[in-house]
Design a protein around this ligand. Structure first.
Ligand SMILES: Nc1ncnc2c1ncn2[C@@H]1O[C@H](COP(=O)(O)OP(=O)(O)OP(=O)(O)O)[C@@H](O)[C@H]1O
Ligand SMILES: O=c1ccn([C@@H]2O[C@H](COP(=O)(O)O)[C@@H](O)[C@H]2O)c(=O)[nH]1
Length: 237
């Protein structure tokens, strides 16, 4: 095991897009849910933040000019709640106990996020899916993931993404990019490595929170990283 018992898993929204372009692929949600259940069954306490990149990214829409940034970000936060309740359903379908809590209050749909009830759910072994980001515009779900991980006394954030670690440049764009096994928060910020946003790295650095970056692809991928059985990059103080 390379991280402690309580982990916040950050999932990409974009990874939920189906091969035909539809915004949500049920098979991807099922595979991720089976993996998260496996991790919970292995004794990990799991909180999850899922992005909204399969639906909207506020910065991009705001920059296009037809809608203001804060409104576009509100749409983005709502997208993360849609993804969160879809993941909650998929988790329940595979037999895991799960609760969605949203930073944006919508009590007829899911619980509103509050720290103490979230800690209670984690202690009960429930997978806690945290929707709505930070509840504020001009942030991303990477920052929300780090913020919640700190609040909920998590041992690490696992950014379970589309690549198997942090590279010297985006490996999807630069075939010569080289992979780090370990690097510091300072290095990640100074080198402007865009696997997570700078605000998220800075908040993690300030609070000495380790960030693990690895691939979410394939059955059991997340559990394997948590157990130290799959390649991943560790970003440490
Ligand atoms: N230096 C780097 N090392 C590794 N990956 C990088 C780097 N720079 C950019 N990336 C890219 O960052 C991506 C990680 O972001 P990912 O799509 O998982 O999440 P996100 O954008 O936070 O989530 P969402 O899709 O919900 O918005 C990887 O797919 C990778 O292509
Ligand atoms: O705290 C937050 C988190 C997210 N948003 C908005 O949601 C989208 C989707 O999140 P991603 O992290 O990009 O997947 C984001 O682009 C923002 O527009 C937010 O406003 N506040």
């Amino acid at each position: 095991m390379i991280v402690g018992k309580r982990v916040l898993v950050k999932l990409s929204g974009e990874a939920l897009i189906a091969a035909d372009g539809y915004w949500l692929n049920p098979q991807t949600l099922t595979t991720l849910s089976q993996d998260l259940k496996q991790a919970a069954d292995a004794g990990f306490e799991i909180a999850v933040v899922i992005g909204g990149g399969n639906v909207i990214r506020g910065a991009k829409v705001g920059a296009a000019g037809w809608i203001d940034r804060a409104t576009a970000d509100a749409m983005g936060m709502l997208a993360t709640v849609m993804n969160s309740i879809a993941l909650e359903s998929a988790l329940e379908n595979v037999g895991a106990s799960a609760r969605t809590m949203s930073a944006v209050s919508m009590p007829s749909i899911c619980e509103t996020y509050a720290r103490q009830p979230a800690l209670h759910h984690l202690a009960k072994g429930r997978v806690v899916v945290l929707g709505g980001g930070t509840g504020n515009p001009f942030f991303t779900t990477d920052t929300a993931a780090v913020l919640r991980a700190i609040e909920l006394n998590c041992d690490a954030v696992l950014k379970a993404t589309q690549v198997d670690g942090v590279y010297s440049a985006d490996p999807k764009k630069d075939p010569n990019a080289t992979r780090f096994d370990v690097l510091s928060h300072d290095e990640a910020i100074q080198r402007d490595l865009k696997v997570m946003d700078t605000a998220a790295f800075a908040l993690a650095r300030e609070n000495r929170l380790p960030i693990i970056v690895g691939s979410a692809h394939g059955p059991g991928a997340i559990t394997a990283i948590l157990k130290g059985e799959a390649p991943a990059t560790r970003v440490t103080p």
